[in-house]
Design a protein around this ligand. Structure first.
Ligand SMILES: [Zn+2]
Ligand SMILES: [Zn+2]
Length: 268
């Protein structure tokens, strides 16, 4: 019935809930712009600084197919592993807010851009922490396989983009409110019809490092095998088409040796 649902207040959660304002974290928004990023530059979907002595990663999912042994013959299609695609490369100099493991100053991310029947999103991502000077000194891998149309789900391959990182204050999405904050405040935002109408939150939506995940679905934080709630490492969202996906979220645990990490994605 019209009139049953109260208008959301003009203020947002920051002004309405003191506990919420205290949850501020710094995030680095990456602000990708289509361009021609170099291999020594931070990029989304750009060429990665890849060591010569490390084979390029492939996804060997059973039902994958690829082109035959003659790369010029696009009609020969055979079952086989497909090269992963470059997603993100971040140099420490561009994201001062990101803490790198000792001796590392380069973070790279790749994933498989083919659709995996079991999962609707981009899957089997891999993260690499490297030392730029060591990679350069050892020489770069030549002949990195390129994404070719038809072999990939284009929605999972970002357009090569340069980054213009900028820091911002980030707050949790209302989906991420701590339980006690939720329980204290939810009754105040309850509508007469039984639902609750939350004022706008101040979660920063975009491809970003640190801060809070920009969930589009209920929050789903991973724990490491040691039982620690992982920290949000980075979110990729909005700046590339991800099929039905809202975003892909990466997490890691800095309390455990080897920096275990995990990822989540959510779909509309
Ligand atoms: Zn795959
Ligand atoms: Zn841990």
């Amino acid at each position: 019935m019209p009139g049953d649902t109260p208008e959301p207040p003009a203020e947002d959660l920051r002004t309405l809930i003191p506990e919420y304002a205290a949850l501020a974290r710094e995030t680095t928004l990456l602000n990708p712009e289509p361009g021609d990023p170099g291999v020594r530059e931070s990029s989304l979907g750009g060429e990665l600084l890849w060591p010569a002595d490390e084979p390029w990663p492939y996804c060997a999912q059973e039902d994958h197919w690829t082109f035959g042994s003659d790369p010029s013959n696009r009609t020969e299609i055979v079952p086989g592993a497909v090269p992963m695609v470059p997603i993100l490369q971040l140099f420490a100099r561009d994201v001062p807010g990101l803490e790198f493991p000792e001796g590392k100053d380069l973070l790279q991310l790749v994933w498989c851009a083919l659709v995996h029947e079991q999962d609707p999103g981009p899957v089997v991502p891999r993260l690499y922490w490297r030392n730029e000077a060591e990679v350069v000194a050892g020489g770069l891998l030549s002949g990195i396989p390129e994404a070719s149309e038809g072999e990939y789900d284009e929605e999972h391959v970002p357009e090569p983009s340069t980054l213009s990182p900028a820091t911002a204050e980030d707050f949790p999405s209302w989906r991420d409110l701590p339980e006690d904050v939720w329980e204290t405040w939810e009754p105040r935002f309850r509508s007469p019809t039984g639902g609750s109408v939350w004022p706008p939150d101040s979660n920063v939506i975009g491809t970003k490092v640190g801060g809070w995940p920009a969930w589009t679905q209920p929050a789903h934080w991973p724990d490491c095998e040691g039982g620690h709630r992982m920290e949000h490492l980075l979110t990729i969202t909005g700046d590339i088409q991800l099929g039905d996906c809202g975003g892909v979220y990466f997490f890691h645990c800095r309390r455990c040796p080897g920096l275990p990490w995990d990822w989540r994605f959510d779909c509309h």
